[in-house]
Design a protein around this ligand. Sequence first.
Ligand SMILES: NC(=O)c1ccc[n+]([C@@H]2O[C@H](COP(=O)([O-])OP(=O)(O)OC[C@H]3O[C@@H](n4cnc5c(N)ncnc54)[C@H](O)[C@@H]3O)[C@@H](O)[C@H]2O)c1
Length: 288
Amino acid sequence: MSNNLLKGKRGIIFGALNPDSIAWKVAERAYEEGAMLIITNTPVAVRMGETNELAKKLNTVVIGADATNVDDLNNLFIKSMELLGGKIDFVLHSIGMSPNVRKERHYSDLDYNYLDKTLDVSAVSFHKVLQTARKLDAINEWGSVVALSYVAAQRTFFGYNDMADAKALLESIARSFGYIYGRERHVRINTISQSPTVTTAGSGVKGFDRLLDFAERMSPLGNATAEECADYCITLFSDLTKKVTMQNLFHDGGFSNMGMSLRALQQYEKGLHKSCNCDDPEDGHKYD
Ligand SMILES: NC(=O)c1ccc[n+]([C@@H]2O[C@H](COP(=O)([O-])OP(=O)(O)OC[C@H]3O[C@@H](n4cnc5c(N)ncnc54)[C@H](O)[C@@H]3O)[C@@H](O)[C@H]2O)c1
Protein backbone atom coordinates (compact mmCIF):
# COMPACT_ATOMS: atom_id res chain seq x y z
CA MET A 1 0.00 0.00 0.00
CA SER A 2 1.39 3.39 -0.98
CA ASN A 3 1.10 6.55 1.10
CA ASN A 4 3.24 8.58 -1.31
CA LEU A 5 5.71 9.11 1.53
CA LEU A 6 8.61 9.49 -0.91
CA LYS A 7 6.78 11.21 -3.77
CA GLY A 8 9.26 13.27 -5.83
CA LYS A 9 12.28 12.12 -3.83
CA ARG A 10 15.45 10.80 -5.44
CA GLY A 11 17.31 7.88 -3.90
CA ILE A 12 20.36 5.66 -4.38
CA ILE A 13 20.13 2.04 -3.21
CA PHE A 14 23.33 0.07 -2.59
CA GLY A 15 23.38 -3.72 -2.13
CA ALA A 16 20.47 -5.34 -4.00
CA LEU A 17 21.95 -8.65 -5.21
CA ASN A 18 18.84 -10.84 -5.52
CA PRO A 19 15.19 -10.80 -4.35
CA ASP A 20 16.28 -11.98 -0.86
CA SER A 21 18.49 -8.89 -0.33
CA ILE A 22 17.16 -6.40 2.19
CA ALA A 23 18.11 -3.64 -0.29
CA TRP A 24 15.89 -5.26 -2.93
CA LYS A 25 12.84 -4.96 -0.66
CA VAL A 26 13.76 -1.38 0.27
CA ALA A 27 14.04 -0.43 -3.42
CA GLU A 28 10.63 -1.97 -4.20
CA ARG A 29 8.97 -0.17 -1.26
CA ALA A 30 10.67 3.16 -2.04
CA TYR A 31 9.46 2.93 -5.65
CA GLU A 32 5.95 2.09 -4.43
CA GLU A 33 6.08 5.20 -2.23
CA GLY A 34 6.79 7.39 -5.26
CA ALA A 35 10.60 7.67 -5.24
CA MET A 36 12.86 7.83 -8.31
CA LEU A 37 15.80 5.49 -7.83
CA ILE A 38 19.25 4.55 -9.00
CA ILE A 39 20.27 0.98 -8.17
CA THR A 40 23.95 0.24 -7.60
CA ASN A 41 26.17 -2.73 -6.82
CA THR A 42 29.68 -3.90 -7.67
CA PRO A 43 30.27 -4.66 -11.37
CA VAL A 44 30.81 -8.34 -10.44
CA ALA A 45 27.54 -8.51 -8.49
CA VAL A 46 25.73 -6.83 -11.39
CA ARG A 47 27.10 -9.48 -13.76
CA MET A 48 26.48 -12.46 -11.47
CA GLY A 49 23.34 -11.38 -9.58
CA GLU A 50 19.88 -10.18 -10.52
CA THR A 51 20.40 -6.44 -9.93
CA ASN A 52 19.55 -5.53 -13.56
CA GLU A 53 16.16 -7.23 -13.27
CA LEU A 54 15.29 -5.08 -10.27
CA ALA A 55 16.25 -1.91 -12.15
CA LYS A 56 14.06 -2.94 -15.10
CA LYS A 57 11.13 -3.59 -12.79
CA LEU A 58 11.53 -0.16 -11.22
CA ASN A 59 11.95 1.68 -14.54
CA THR A 60 15.50 2.70 -13.81
CA VAL A 61 19.12 1.74 -14.44
CA VAL A 62 22.01 0.19 -12.58
CA ILE A 63 25.20 2.17 -12.16
CA GLY A 64 28.03 -0.17 -11.19
CA ALA A 65 30.19 1.01 -8.28
CA ASP A 66 32.53 -0.67 -5.84
CA ALA A 67 31.69 1.19 -2.64
CA THR A 68 35.34 1.00 -1.53
CA ASN A 69 36.44 2.91 -4.63
CA VAL A 70 36.09 6.71 -4.38
CA ASP A 71 36.32 7.24 -8.17
CA ASP A 72 33.41 4.83 -8.65
CA LEU A 73 31.44 6.69 -5.98
CA ASN A 74 32.12 10.08 -7.58
CA ASN A 75 30.90 8.74 -10.90
CA LEU A 76 27.84 7.20 -9.22
CA PHE A 77 26.71 10.43 -7.52
CA ILE A 78 27.39 12.64 -10.57
CA LYS A 79 25.57 10.30 -12.97
CA SER A 80 22.69 9.73 -10.54
CA MET A 81 22.07 13.48 -10.22
CA GLU A 82 22.15 13.81 -14.02
CA LEU A 83 19.77 10.92 -14.61
CA LEU A 84 17.36 11.75 -11.78
CA GLY A 85 17.41 15.47 -12.56
CA GLY A 86 18.64 16.86 -9.24
CA LYS A 87 20.28 16.25 -5.89
CA ILE A 88 19.71 13.04 -3.94
CA ASP A 89 17.24 12.87 -1.01
CA PHE A 90 18.09 9.48 0.45
CA VAL A 91 20.74 6.75 0.33
CA LEU A 92 20.64 3.16 1.56
CA HIS A 93 23.99 1.52 2.40
CA SER A 94 23.21 -2.21 2.53
CA ILE A 95 26.67 -3.68 2.14
CA GLY A 96 28.52 -6.32 4.10
CA MET A 97 31.24 -8.88 3.41
CA SER A 98 33.95 -10.61 5.43
CA PRO A 99 36.60 -12.81 3.78
CA ASN A 100 37.45 -14.14 7.28
CA VAL A 101 33.86 -15.36 7.67
CA ARG A 102 33.84 -16.77 4.14
CA LYS A 103 37.10 -18.65 4.66
CA GLU A 104 36.09 -19.70 8.20
CA ARG A 105 39.06 -18.02 9.87
CA HIS A 106 38.64 -18.10 13.64
CA TYR A 107 38.45 -14.69 15.39
CA SER A 108 41.64 -15.51 17.32
CA ASP A 109 43.46 -16.36 14.07
CA LEU A 110 42.34 -13.60 11.72
CA ASP A 111 44.04 -12.97 8.42
CA TYR A 112 44.78 -9.23 8.67
CA ASN A 113 44.58 -8.62 4.92
CA TYR A 114 41.11 -10.12 5.08
CA LEU A 115 40.30 -7.97 8.12
CA ASP A 116 41.30 -4.84 6.14
CA LYS A 117 38.90 -5.93 3.43
CA THR A 118 36.08 -6.64 5.90
CA LEU A 119 36.42 -3.19 7.46
CA ASP A 120 36.81 -1.41 4.12
CA VAL A 121 33.79 -3.07 2.46
CA SER A 122 31.47 -3.25 5.46
CA ALA A 123 32.24 0.00 7.31
CA VAL A 124 34.77 2.43 5.76
CA SER A 125 32.74 2.31 2.51
CA PHE A 126 30.01 4.11 4.47
CA HIS A 127 32.44 6.93 5.24
CA LYS A 128 33.51 6.98 1.57
CA VAL A 129 29.88 7.29 0.44
CA LEU A 130 29.25 10.15 2.88
CA GLN A 131 32.52 11.99 2.17
CA THR A 132 31.99 11.73 -1.60
CA ALA A 133 28.39 12.96 -1.33
CA ARG A 134 29.39 15.89 0.88
CA LYS A 135 32.27 16.98 -1.35
CA LEU A 136 29.95 16.99 -4.37
CA ASP A 137 27.16 18.57 -2.30
CA ALA A 138 25.05 15.77 -3.75
CA ILE A 139 22.47 15.38 -0.97
CA ASN A 140 19.56 17.78 -0.51
CA GLU A 141 18.92 19.62 2.77
CA TRP A 142 17.04 17.32 5.17
CA GLY A 143 18.20 14.29 3.17
CA SER A 144 18.48 10.92 4.90
CA VAL A 145 21.19 8.26 4.82
CA VAL A 146 20.67 4.82 6.37
CA ALA A 147 23.10 1.90 6.78
CA LEU A 148 22.20 -1.58 8.01
CA SER A 149 23.82 -2.94 11.16
CA TYR A 150 23.53 -5.85 13.58
CA VAL A 151 23.41 -6.17 17.39
CA ALA A 152 26.81 -7.94 17.35
CA ALA A 153 28.20 -4.38 17.32
CA GLN A 154 27.24 -4.18 21.03
CA ARG A 155 27.15 -7.80 22.22
CA THR A 156 29.16 -10.86 21.31
CA PHE A 157 27.55 -13.42 19.03
CA PHE A 158 29.04 -16.81 18.21
CA GLY A 159 30.22 -16.96 14.60
CA TYR A 160 29.84 -13.27 13.72
CA ASN A 161 33.62 -12.92 13.76
CA ASP A 162 35.22 -9.68 12.49
CA MET A 163 31.87 -8.46 11.14
CA ALA A 164 31.13 -7.44 14.76
CA ASP A 165 34.07 -5.01 14.63
CA ALA A 166 32.95 -3.73 11.24
CA LYS A 167 29.44 -3.05 12.54
CA ALA A 168 30.78 -1.21 15.60
CA LEU A 169 32.81 1.02 13.26
CA LEU A 170 29.82 1.49 10.93
CA GLU A 171 27.65 2.73 13.80
CA SER A 172 30.40 5.07 14.98
CA ILE A 173 30.75 6.57 11.48
CA ALA A 174 26.99 7.27 11.50
CA ARG A 175 27.43 9.30 14.71
CA SER A 176 30.63 11.12 13.73
CA PHE A 177 29.50 12.04 10.20
CA GLY A 178 25.95 12.62 11.41
CA TYR A 179 27.19 15.50 13.54
CA ILE A 180 29.05 17.18 10.66
CA TYR A 181 26.48 16.63 7.92
CA GLY A 182 23.60 17.50 10.25
CA ARG A 183 25.18 20.74 11.45
CA GLU A 184 26.06 21.87 7.91
CA ARG A 185 23.26 20.60 5.70
CA HIS A 186 20.61 19.08 7.99
CA VAL A 187 21.38 15.68 6.46
CA ARG A 188 20.48 12.90 8.89
CA ILE A 189 22.48 9.69 9.22
CA ASN A 190 21.31 6.58 11.06
CA THR A 191 21.92 2.85 11.25
CA ILE A 192 19.17 0.25 11.57
CA SER A 193 20.13 -2.80 13.63
CA GLN A 194 18.14 -5.53 11.92
CA SER A 195 17.10 -9.03 13.11
CA PRO A 196 18.85 -11.99 11.50
CA THR A 197 17.33 -12.29 8.01
CA VAL A 198 17.65 -15.06 5.42
CA THR A 199 19.80 -13.52 2.64
CA THR A 200 23.03 -14.39 0.84
CA ALA A 201 25.16 -12.43 3.34
CA GLY A 202 23.15 -13.55 6.40
CA SER A 203 23.33 -17.24 5.56
CA GLY A 204 27.14 -17.03 5.46
CA VAL A 205 27.27 -16.62 9.26
CA LYS A 206 28.20 -19.83 11.12
CA GLY A 207 25.19 -21.47 12.78
CA PHE A 208 22.81 -19.00 11.08
CA ASP A 209 19.73 -21.27 11.21
CA ARG A 210 20.06 -21.72 14.95
CA LEU A 211 20.73 -18.02 15.46
CA LEU A 212 17.56 -17.23 13.53
CA ASP A 213 15.56 -19.66 15.68
CA PHE A 214 17.07 -18.36 18.93
CA ALA A 215 16.36 -14.72 18.03
CA GLU A 216 12.80 -15.65 17.05
CA ARG A 217 12.21 -17.31 20.45
CA MET A 218 13.83 -14.45 22.36
CA SER A 219 12.00 -11.59 20.65
CA PRO A 220 8.53 -10.78 22.02
CA LEU A 221 7.44 -9.60 18.56
CA GLY A 222 9.44 -12.25 16.67
CA ASN A 223 12.20 -11.55 14.15
CA ALA A 224 11.74 -8.57 11.85
CA THR A 225 11.55 -9.61 8.19
CA ALA A 226 13.29 -7.94 5.25
CA GLU A 227 9.94 -6.48 4.15
CA GLU A 228 9.42 -4.98 7.62
CA CYS A 229 12.94 -3.58 7.51
CA ALA A 230 12.04 -1.94 4.19
CA ASP A 231 8.99 -0.33 5.82
CA TYR A 232 11.17 1.06 8.60
CA CYS A 233 13.67 2.44 6.06
CA ILE A 234 10.84 4.24 4.27
CA THR A 235 9.90 6.06 7.48
CA LEU A 236 13.52 7.18 7.90
CA PHE A 237 13.75 8.40 4.29
CA SER A 238 10.45 10.27 4.64
CA ASP A 239 9.87 13.75 6.06
CA LEU A 240 8.16 12.20 9.11
CA THR A 241 11.51 11.59 10.86
CA LYS A 242 13.35 14.85 10.15
CA LYS A 243 14.88 15.20 13.60
CA VAL A 244 16.13 11.62 13.93
CA THR A 245 19.88 11.45 13.39
CA MET A 246 23.10 9.85 14.71
CA GLN A 247 21.08 6.91 16.05
CA ASN A 248 21.47 3.17 15.96
CA LEU A 249 17.83 2.08 15.78
CA PHE A 250 17.02 -1.48 16.78
CA HIS A 251 14.55 -3.15 14.44
CA ASP A 252 14.54 -6.59 16.00
CA GLY A 253 11.18 -7.38 17.61
CA GLY A 254 12.60 -6.45 21.04
CA PHE A 255 15.52 -8.91 20.97
CA SER A 256 18.19 -6.39 22.01
CA ASN A 257 16.48 -5.63 25.33
CA MET A 258 15.77 -9.26 26.31
CA GLY A 259 17.72 -11.40 28.77
CA MET A 260 15.81 -14.69 28.68
CA SER A 261 12.35 -15.47 27.33
CA LEU A 262 10.03 -18.33 28.29
CA ARG A 263 10.11 -19.71 24.74
CA ALA A 264 13.92 -19.78 24.65
CA LEU A 265 14.07 -21.28 28.17
CA GLN A 266 11.69 -24.10 27.20
CA GLN A 267 13.81 -24.94 24.17
CA TYR A 268 16.98 -24.84 26.28
CA GLU A 269 15.44 -27.25 28.81
CA LYS A 270 14.65 -29.72 26.01
CA GLY A 271 18.26 -29.42 24.82
CA LEU A 272 19.61 -30.19 28.31
CA HIS A 273 18.29 -33.74 28.03
CA LYS A 274 20.51 -34.36 25.02
CA SER A 275 24.23 -34.88 25.59
CA CYS A 276 26.62 -32.40 24.05
CA ASN A 277 29.73 -33.56 22.23
CA CYS A 278 32.17 -30.82 23.14
CA ASP A 279 34.76 -32.00 20.61
CA ASP A 280 32.30 -31.71 17.76
CA PRO A 281 32.85 -28.40 15.96
CA GLU A 282 29.13 -28.39 15.17
CA ASP A 283 28.52 -27.94 18.90
CA GLY A 284 30.56 -24.81 18.72
CA HIS A 285 33.05 -25.33 21.54
CA LYS A 286 36.07 -25.32 19.28
CA TYR A 287 34.93 -22.29 17.34
CA ASP A 288 33.30 -20.02 19.91
N1 LIG B 1 20.88 -10.82 6.72
C1 LIG B 1 21.02 -10.54 8.00
O1 LIG B 1 20.82 -11.39 8.88
C2 LIG B 1 21.38 -9.15 8.43
C3 LIG B 1 21.10 -8.71 9.74
C4 LIG B 1 21.48 -7.43 10.13
C5 LIG B 1 22.13 -6.61 9.20
N2 LIG B 1 22.39 -7.06 7.94
C6 LIG B 1 23.11 -6.18 7.00
O2 LIG B 1 22.28 -5.88 5.90
C7 LIG B 1 23.11 -5.48 4.81
C8 LIG B 1 22.64 -6.18 3.55
O3 LIG B 1 22.90 -7.55 3.59
P1 LIG B 1 21.84 -8.66 3.14
O4 LIG B 1 21.59 -9.49 4.33
O5 LIG B 1 20.70 -8.06 2.40
O6 LIG B 1 22.73 -9.57 2.16
P2 LIG B 1 23.07 -9.49 0.59
O7 LIG B 1 24.15 -10.50 0.39
O8 LIG B 1 21.85 -9.63 -0.21
O9 LIG B 1 23.66 -8.00 0.41
C9 LIG B 1 25.01 -7.66 0.61
C10 LIG B 1 25.36 -6.75 -0.56
O10 LIG B 1 26.66 -6.15 -0.38
C11 LIG B 1 27.15 -5.96 -1.70
N3 LIG B 1 28.58 -5.65 -1.69
C12 LIG B 1 29.61 -6.44 -1.25
N4 LIG B 1 30.78 -5.81 -1.45
C13 LIG B 1 30.49 -4.59 -1.99
C14 LIG B 1 31.28 -3.49 -2.42
N5 LIG B 1 32.63 -3.50 -2.32
N6 LIG B 1 30.65 -2.40 -2.96
C15 LIG B 1 29.30 -2.37 -3.09
N7 LIG B 1 28.50 -3.39 -2.69
C16 LIG B 1 29.08 -4.49 -2.16
C17 LIG B 1 26.85 -7.32 -2.34
O11 LIG B 1 27.02 -7.32 -3.75
C18 LIG B 1 25.42 -7.51 -1.89
O12 LIG B 1 24.51 -6.94 -2.81
C19 LIG B 1 24.54 -5.80 5.23
O13 LIG B 1 25.15 -4.63 5.76
C20 LIG B 1 24.33 -6.79 6.35
O14 LIG B 1 25.42 -6.88 7.24
C21 LIG B 1 22.01 -8.30 7.52
